[in-house]
Design a protein around this ligand. Structure first.
Ligand code: SAH
Ligand code: SF4
Length: 332
């Protein structure tokens, strides 16, 4: 921009940045789950995962694209089964780093099938201008509600008609259970969906795998969820990872079904994704199926995720951990 005065150019360079994310690694095929590893300005690494809702058939583009985004470098909450927290918490992402994940993925995946017309992207299916990413799940690295202000600023921009134009109901925030922030979120005007990483329906099970439960035990978490449910209607999902011998017994479906009914929540069952170096295993498929059937018998809306991206280190934080180890930044 040599037409601008030099002092202004240097002031602009000091105050603004045109790019925040640099692609380090990408895994997966264009028609399946794709995982992106990004390097930030300070050389920290974060991940985003693109998940097509319907796998591409006969060479057609799939019709929905969900992007899973990160909100922190590392995580302070240290759930025992999770790769994101293994190396501790480093810092919060800034609002631009949260938003850039959407834009950078779009820039990366848009091929000649997606025509770029000016600022907008034309869908080859609908022939209407739209975003490529039309669903956001805040389920990547970090605890989103521990970075509340930056998260909300980013999501408001992604939602705004002058910004990302992505409906609030197409945005899901996942939390390990920070009760005060759930209450705060209930007072926001936007109707985000809320996913609670429950993983156990009793304090005994949750205490074993999620240290956050000692701070906000189930009673407090459920009361905060009731606030959210009361303010927003049926917007809550329970995420429940099935871990062999920890939370997968049929007994556990009883307190889980009771909680789900109380909060009108849907239950998403996810077979555990093994993390190198951790002792937890996923249960047999039969055990997962039986758990699902037991919930359904108790009149709970539940799904069992035939989870995508298992072979590309898809669980939260795994690709970053692997790369940090390869770079020798953390011990193997
Ligand atoms: N901190 C937030 C959001 C990021 S974690 C939270 O905990 O909800 C996103 C989801 O991935 C959580 O439900 C988390 O429990 C789950 N998860 C973490 N490690 C996993 C693994 N190895 N296999 C399956 N799910 C995992
Ligand atoms: Fe943090 Fe969520 Fe992983 Fe727990 S599951 S360590 S809260 S990212």
């Amino acid at each position: 921009m040599s037409n601008l005065p030099k002092p202004l150019r240097s002031r602009l360079a000091e105050a603004f940045s045109l790019q925040t994310l640099e692609l380090v690694r990408k895994q997966g095929a264009a028609d399946t789950t794709q995982k992106f590893l990004w390097r930030l300005r300070d050389h920290s690494l974060i991940e985003s995962v693109l998940i097509p809702a319907n796998p591409a058939l006969f060479g057609e583009a799939s019709d929905r694209h969900t992007l899973c985004i990160s909100t922190q470098v590392g995580c302070a909450y240290g759930c025992r089964f999770c790769a994101s927290g293994l190396d501790g918490w480093k810092r919060n992402l800034t609002p631009d780093e949260i938003i850039e994940q959407v834009l950078a993925v779009e820039r990366n995946v848009i091929s000649d099938k997606w025509r770029v017309t000016g600022k907008e992207i034309m869908s080859p299916v609908t022939r209407h201008p739209s975003r490529f990413v039309d669903n956001i799940v805040v389920m990547g690295m970090g605890e989103p509600l521990a970075n509340y202000d930056h998260l909300l600023k980013a999501l408001k921009i992604l939602n705004a008609p002058w910004g990302g134009g992505i409906g609030a109901r197409k945005i899901t925030i996942s939390t390990s259970g920070l009760a005060p922030q759930i209450r705060r979120l209930a007072t926001e005007p936007l109707q985000f969906r809320l996913a609670i990483s429950l993983h156990g329906a009793t304090d005994e099970v949750r205490n074993r795998i999620m240290p956050v439960n000692r701070k906000y035990p189930l009673k407090e978490l459920v009361a905060a969820c009731e606030d959210y449910q009361g303010a927003k209607g049926r917007m809550i999902t329970f995420e429940y990872i099935l871990i062999a011998g920890v939370n997968d017994s049929i007994e556990q479906t009883k307190p889980l079904a009771a909680l789900a009914r109380r909060l009108f929540a849907k239950v998403n069952l996810i077979p555990y994704n093994q993390v190198e170096g951790l002792k937890w295993d996923r249960p047999d498929e039969k055990v997962c199926e039986a758990f699902l059937r037991a919930l359904e018998k108790q009149k709970v809306a539940a799904t069992l995720r035939r989870e995508k991206g298992r072979d590309i280190d898809a669980a939260c934080g795994q690709l970053r951990l692997k790369t940090e180890k390869e770079l020798g930044r953390i011990p193997t």
